[in-house]
Ligand binder design. Structure first.
Ligand code: AHR
Length: 631
């Protein structure tokens, strides 16, 4: 039974407490949330990104009966622009009829089409044929049977121009193909060959795949952390540099992702594949607004994490990234008369997006170097935009030296909010429900930016649900929480578990998706203190370390106690009797503490003691509280 005291008031829970974390991992963006149906639309898949790539990845060249020519990608002075450098060159040899061109196989099993649906085709082209070059754009199946009435276009002139048209699908399939074939002779250049369903989320052009966006919207997330993750903070820290051609695998830099899509230089991402940036910062902000979620961008801190552990010593580069971050705030919130607010307006959103939070960095494992940079970003943002909350982080783990150091630095300098990440076993989640009970209420606040119980089984989801009750009980200090990762293409799974799975035309949520949906759709105003008795409180063995993540390594303690939720002290130590003198409580199980020697002021030994809390106890619920006397 659960006893509820109707007069007792627990902590208040913020409406935005539960949110989502969108990262382009598992091919989540291109071929996923971003509704573009043509893979490698700009012919920028290069071996420098991924050795399996060629400029023709996902494309095959060929002709209709009688059609002839050659097809090759080129990066020369004939390019579309300096940021979209590789294009397709077709040398046509059809003086007597026939057409020659290329066919795109889309993502997963092919181009996904719905009977009756309209599909917007666009491409950039130029031709040196004086009379122009007639093009046929066709949707068909693998055998060539038509899936739409073909679209006819004529390319005229040897300067790049955009051509558009619409195709209407006659059949539903996930195995379609898109062909672009040209008649005549001469050289035809093609780039940015794009096909979008008209039926995107909220009908937005350059928009999101409706089923996936709707599944996300159905969660009713309070915020969206974006765009990573390891995606953000790794790779080359330099941005696009025309002089050195393409710097590949560069860190995620928001300016690469805005403006006209044909000017967004594609990039090999941290997860080893090409990202078109068609889904960029504008689209993310727009999506956040569409679903009523607070956007929470993460910017690179110029110290890489995720196994790379590099820190820049390039002061100018650091300054540039700090300025980029200020410009990001201007892009989101600035007036239309400002440089970056003006760009936002020109992209179709004159009103500000109302950005309130910016996170700097992700999982850096060089705590002091990271924190030095973080402080530079923080000072600049707070000076220019005092209303913005600057979020730090505690490294890649839920405990350990980096974690302790970053929390120590964050506490000492009054950081507003610290981002924690952990992926652990379901048992860990069950045993650590009280993780935040002992966090210092003076701050910083906690942003649990990434967590998941490590598998996609029902038990994992139940463990997460149980854990989330602990987050809610501590909602006065845990302000935001997001499961990770969000999306996975079933043909390109790089990380599991994931919340939403998809292929070319279908998507489904995991049981953890249902847990997140349940919590996000039912955020309470406040918690109600409860006590529980009955079978649910059956004795369970406690193993391993307890409460350690709450210890501050620089602190000393003068009272440690382990209690049940109803306040019963299981064992305690006020150190008055010297080291190792745990006080067992009668009737509360057998406690065998083998912590060895420790002293009141020796926190390392204190850790050893509690870690060794070789407590073979029979109690199920417990919490650890320590009274700090310094540090
Ligand atoms: O969520 C997947 C990855 O896990 C994120 O990119 C990273 O921050 C974490 O290690």
């Amino acid at each position: 039974s659960i006893e509820v005291d109707p007069d007792a008031r627990g902590v208040e829970i913020g409406d935005r407490m539960y949110g989502i974390f969108v990262e382009d991992i598992n091919f989540a963006a291109d071929g996923g949330l971003y509704a573009e149906l043509v893979r490698n639309r700009s012919f920028e898949f290069l071996p420098a990104d991924n050795r399996a790539y060629t400029g023709m990845t996902a494309w095959t060249a060929g002709g209709e009966a009688g059609g002839a020519g050659t097809a090759a990608t080129a990066d020369d002075a004939g390019r579309l622009n300096e940021r979209n450098r590789t294009y397709l060159r077709l040398d046509l040899a059809n003086p007597d009829g026939g057409r020659y061109g290329v066919t795109n196989s889309g993502y997963n099993t092919g181009v996904a089409l719905t009977a009756g649906g309209r599909y917007d085709l666009s491409l950039w082209a130029r031709t040196d044929a004086a009379a122009g070059t007639p093009l046929t754009v066709a949707l068909h199946d693998e055998a060539g049977a038509p899936l739409a009435a073909p679209l006819g276009l004529t390319v005229r002139g040897d300067g790049w121009a955009k051509y558009t048209g619409t195709l209407r699908a006659t059949r539903t399939t996930d195995r379609g193909r898109l062909s672009v074939r040209a008649a005549g002779t001469g050289t035809l250049r093609l780039d940015m060959v794009s096909l979008f369903p008209r039926d995107t989320y909220k009908g937005r052009p350059n928009g999101l795949r409706r089923d996936l966006a709707e599944k996300i919207a159905a969660l009713r997330p309070g915020f969206i952390r974006l765009p990573g993750g390891c995606l953000v903070n790794t790779g080359s820290m330099y941005g696009y540099d025309a002089a050195s051609n393409y710097p590949r695998a560069r860190s995620y830099q928001w300016k690469d992702t805005v403006g006209a899509v044909e000017t967004r230089a594609t990039n090999a991402n941290f997860w080893g594949y090409n990202q078109s940036y068609g889904l960029g910062y504008f689209e993310y902000f727009q999506f956040a607004e569409d679903i009523g979620a607070m956007p929470l961008p993460v910017v690179p801190a110029l110290v890489t994490g995720c196994g790379q552990n590099r820190a820049t010593d390039d002061e100018a580069l650091l300054e540039r990234h700090i300025q980029d971050t200020l410009d990001l705030v201007e892009f989101a919130n600035g007036p239309v008369t400002s440089t970056w607010g003006g760009l936002r307006a020109s992209m179709g959103h004159p009103a500000p997006f109302g950005l309130t939070h910016v996170a700097v960095g992700n999982e850096e494992n060089l705590p002091d170097q990271f924190f030095a940079n973080f402080q530079r970003f923080r000072a600049a943002i707070e000076a220019r935009y005092p209303g913005i909350t600057v979020v730090g982080n505690s490294g890649p783990d839920d405990t350990g030296a980096t974690f302790d150091r970053l929390w120590e630095l964050s506490r000492a300098t009054g950081v507003d909010m610290v981002d924690e990440h952990y992926y652990n076993s379901p048992t860990w989640f069950l045993q650590n429900n009280a993780r935040y009970d002992g966090y210092d209420r003076a701050g910083p606040q906690v942003f649990l930016g990434e967590y998941a119980s490590q598998d996609n089984k029902l038990f994992n989801s139940l463990a997460e649900a149980a854990y989330m009750t602990g987050l809610e009980r501590n909602a006065d200090i845990v302000k935001l929480a997001s499961y990770a990762p969000l999306l996975a293409n079933i043909d390109h799974v790089q990380w599991r578990p994931d919340l939403i799975w998809f292929d070319g035309d279908e998507s489904w949520g995991s049981t953890s998706y249902q847990v997140q949906k349940l919590f996000m759709n039912n955020v309470g105003d406040r918690t109600v203190p409860t006590t529980m008795s009955g079978p649910g409180t059956q004795p369970q063995p406690i193993t391993g370390r307890i409460g350690l993540s709450t210890w501050a390594t620089s602190a000393t303690y003068d009272d440690v106690r382990v209690t049940t939720p109803d306040g019963t002290v299981l064992f305690s130590d006020d150190f008055s009797a010297g080291a190792g003198a745990w006080t067992p409580v009668a009737g509360r199980g057998t406690w065998a503490v083998t912590g060895g020697a420790y002293t009141q002021s020796d926190t390392a030994a204190l850790d050893t003691m509690v870690a060794a809390a070789d407590i073979s106890a029979t109690d199920y619920d417990y919490s650890v509280k320590a009274t700090k006397n310094s540090g």
